[in-house]
Ligand binder design. Sequence first.
Ligand code: AMP
Length: 979
Amino acid sequence: MDYRRIKRVLFVNVFMNFVFISLQKKEEVLLDMVASGAELGWLTSPVKDGWEIGQQAVNGSLLYNYYVCNVEKGEQDNWLRTTFIQRNPAASRVFVELQFNVRDCNTFEAVPLNCKETFNLYTSEADADIGTAFRKGLFRKVATIAPDEISDRGKMKMNTETKVVDNLSRKGFYLGFQDIGACVAIYSVRVYYKTCPATVQSLAAFPETVAGGENQALREVAGSCVKNAISEGQPRIYCTTDGEWVVPMSQCQCESGFEALEDTCQECQPGFFKPSVSSEACKPCPKNTEPSGPGATRCSCNDGFYRAPEDPETSACFGLPSAPQSLLSSTAQMSFGRLQLSWKPPADNGGRSDITYSVVCERCEGKTCQSCGEKVRFEPSNTELKETKVTVSELEPHLNYTFSVEARSGVSQFSHKRAVSSINTTLHYTDPPKVTAMHLVESSPTSLSLQWSVSHRAKPVATRYELMFRKKENDEEKASGTVTTFTVLVLEKNSAQIKDLSPSTVYLFKVQALSSEGSPGSYSIEQEFSTLPPAGNTAVILGAAIGGAVMLFIVVVVLLLRKRRRNSHTRQGPEDTYFSSPDQLKPLKTYVDPHTYEDPNTAVLKFASEIHPNHITKQKVIGAGEFGEVYRGILKAPSRKEVAVAIKTLKPGYTEKQRQDFLSEASIMGQFSHQNIIRLEGVVTKFKHAMIVTEYMENGALDKYLKDHDGEMSSFQLVGMLRGIAAGMKYLSDMSYVHRDLAARNILVNSNLECKVSDFGLSRVLEDDPEGTYTTSGGKIPIRWTAPEAIAYRKFTSASDVWSFGIVMWEVMAFGERPYWDMSNHEVMKAINEAFRLPAPMDCPSAVYQLMLQCWQQDRSKRPRFGDIVSLLDKLLKSPDSLKPIADFDPRVSIRLPSTSGSDGSPFRSVSEWLESIKMSQYSENFSMAGVVSMEQVLQMKSEDIRNIGVRLPGHLKRIAYSILGLKDQTSTLSVFAV
Ligand code: AMP
């Protein structure tokens, strides 16, 4: 490396905060004429009449010198040669410092012709001392020595001159001084070489180094870290020809427990610590730690104080939190089987802010307590709670529950001590009574007054009743597939007057009592009552009477026919009763509410076949149902092929009511037989562990499947899936079955991507749906899937199922996105009321979005029927071009939540936070590898940039591009929600 290059490196290094330092240099003397005194022994040639040795007093001390002054004697060639000077093998360059004077030729009286005022310096290298053998020819000239000031006769002017003798390579050398006719005296000859002295720079020690010569102007020297310091690379420095150190490069840092003090690493003082190799100083031990000894790398926690695993060693130690305070349980505003626990944060949080709570439920009788088991539910959860309250549900009445709330922090795991507060509580409520007889009190052409009684042996405790009625379809209506819908009234007393009815019409009524806590009892049997004919029209009355008789006849015939059909049910197989195409016959079968059976067990036996548990093999848990685990397994019935099945189990410890509710799903499912309805294989009811066995759907729930395959399916495939769901729903609505909880999470997908409707409940409808929200009337409703009239007055009909289907369409086209994102239920209801509707998902075919909007008509009679929906979807699938026009998609709206800003509305802090919000985290690495690390860079990206960093799937590409578009324009509003 040459010096110029080093200078360039130096410039760069200075720029990079390296330091160029000049350090004290050192000279190693090889020969010193003055110090040698009389012992010089230098050779002169010629021996006489040339250089001579003399003595002179200078400043009071006697100095030897060599002089010659043959200026008046013609041409001269006088040599003075030093003794052999041994060279340090490392020193190729030596310095010769001369002190001399030369007399001015003009000071002679007659100026001599050959008078000179300079002399010459020569050198001759040799590997050994050659003694007195002197040959001029062996010398090479180094320099002509000229005085800066020449001396007058009486006034001596001393000159000092230093010359460099470079490129020495042999073991030693001589110096020769040639006089060619001057009057000159040499008083001092000092020969030396330079070294860079041993030094310590930035905790790296470098040895003394002989400075290089012309052939190696900069010597790179390796050093080593001082004691107790380490470095990744070897420290380096350069030694210049001038004996200066330049450009030290050291990354030496003191080891843990040591800090730099000048050029050394010293142990941390007691009470201080340093946890890692670094250039930092030792720090005082943090709070709640024991005082450390010298050289500490950490400070241990005091007894009773801890650090969480994620806390750095430098952090303080923390105490355990104290127990939660003021634990209370309340059933106010709570429905059936629920209570709320609330408490205050601990008085002492141990210095930490990561306090969470966990709640344990135990059932205690006397002194023995046992866990409440998994049945009891906690909302939002029973562990890791951040809030100071939790709602507990599925509690049984009259049992003594003990709830213990523990405050925990990141350090609780290190101690056995628990910070727990407990409370005992018992829920008291009464089972609602059963409604026995309902009778007509009064009738008119447009109203009916009914009254009923309850079979409660004790006091009448029911405070409310739920009365359900619907118009009884006549045969014509049945044939045309008209859907009759139930109207539900919640009443405070055991009678009701129902107005605005049609004259001469038969209505079907059933009623159930609700306990004071809102828990429903079972329905009464369905009873028929008719309104009177229009008043004052005897002809009509007569006609009505005849009509009534005819109707009665028809009803009897229909009932008889139905009975015959039911009797033949086992022989025929369920498929035989359903003719969907091509003759467009309506199914003759109607769904039978298992509640109409006095004993629900009879219903199960009627609609489901019994399987022997020996024929079932459970393989793996695949889900958790309301009543117990769901397994994948194998069913091998005698003389039938093995089939893969899903097995729903009933948890041990169930009550008879729970068992009946559990099996009611089978009673309902068993009545259906359609390719898009989950098929019931059978039930186990005669053994202790009841089970429901259905066909196995390899791809599980639709919502999860879509989320897992986001952007991977074409619109055609998605519409195909929707077509299947619509066909299943058409079948259900044709059977007058209202699902009430249609949502993507309740659709199952098999390996052929066929979708089947599942989750058929009864009294438990929606109870097991985590989306279910309690309404003031005590029911539970999944608000964002439910039609407004069903929310407002429980008007659940096939038309409300159509609304839910519209939401499922949206879920499917948006790959499992949550409808209305993170708007609250309240906000959703308000928006719907104000005629806002969900905007089209990205890439949604226009025709599909139009259909969604139709399903969300406020007036339910204007919504399409499932039959219409199936036909339309079929049409779209038959001409895939019809799916090409894409609905207007406003990225600002569709990604208003959650992706135009962080969840708290603030701009995204990082690229990964943004990607997570649009569920594209899988591309985090692509962005960072491409150097896109800030949101500013993201905003500059174009479509091709996104593709170039490796986002290939068109759906993902669009999602990311649209999100960027949306980010650029944050001024979005909800306006395009409006229809
Ligand atoms: P459910 O109680 O019906 O909501 O079932 C709980 C979970 O079990 C569902 O979300 C599915 O993941 C799974 N599951 C239920 N039935 C089936 C089935 N027939 N095939 C595959 N998975 C099922």
